[in-house]
Design a protein. Sequence first.
Length: 331
Amino acid sequence: MTAVRPPIACLGAGRMGRGIAVAFAYAGHAVTMIDVKARSAEQVATLEAEALGEVGRTLASLARFGLLSSNDADAILARVSVVPAQDMAAALAGAGIVFEGVPEVVDLKRDVLAAASKCVGPDVVIASTTSTILVDDLSGAVENPRRFLNVHWLNPAYLIPLVEISPGAATDPDVIARVKALLEGIGKVPVVCAATPGFIVPRIQALAMNEAARMVEEGVASAEDIDKAIRYGFGFRYAVLGLLEFIDWGGGDILYYASRYLEGALHSDRYRAPEVIANNMRDGRIGMRTGAGFLDYSGLDIDAHRDKRLAEMVGLLRHFGLVRPPVLDRE
């Protein structure tokens, strides 16, 4: 990964590989999608046509959205190639980083990672894009596992800025820094999380999606109104503040008492506040008004910070077309 735009190799030419290919090719990288399944020449040709066809359609949609021109789309597509499984070694020989994106089957991933790690130099980073399998359940298959980690993209990979990086017990800290720099270089927003089931986003969204489905089941509201509430209430605020800063914005004590009420009223401990909320209250870490909560606000101009966040919310109002001029009674 010493080159300015290192060549990217994707193990697997499915949906994830294609999305990653678009993200990197858009940012100037050559990308090779490597099929990992033995196929006939005719099947290889079909897969190549399907994969490059999807990449081309994705780039065409980005052109329609004004992110590039049609001519640019053709030039970007030319950076992407698909090679059959029997050409894996040759294709990996010049790779700057390798992303594994095969189906979520442990043994399949281990086999593919083992084969790939024999074809690249000992310092070439290898990353699994799995959303369900922990890094240390796969790292044993990789030669020189200090260069291995999970890099979880959110679909569609070419649009969603966030990428979750989950290092293993053996991962070299320098590898984490290199991957972060690579992702930031293509406009992504990487975050680092421990090797834990669900990482960050899937773990939170599973709770939220199940609760939304449960409310439909209970007749609390229609699916349409629940989604409207998420877009214009839940998602609107958290797009600006995030969950933990939002707790600090209102105060952890509000969450504590609201959680106690919901736990009792709905007869479910799924609403129980974790210990960290009570501990923060005990320690005076209520949030912005005390200078600390989950985040540290010491030395920060709180009024200016609030004003900045409110301005960002106004920007979202404009995005949704919800800004209206005031109603003024004039003579």
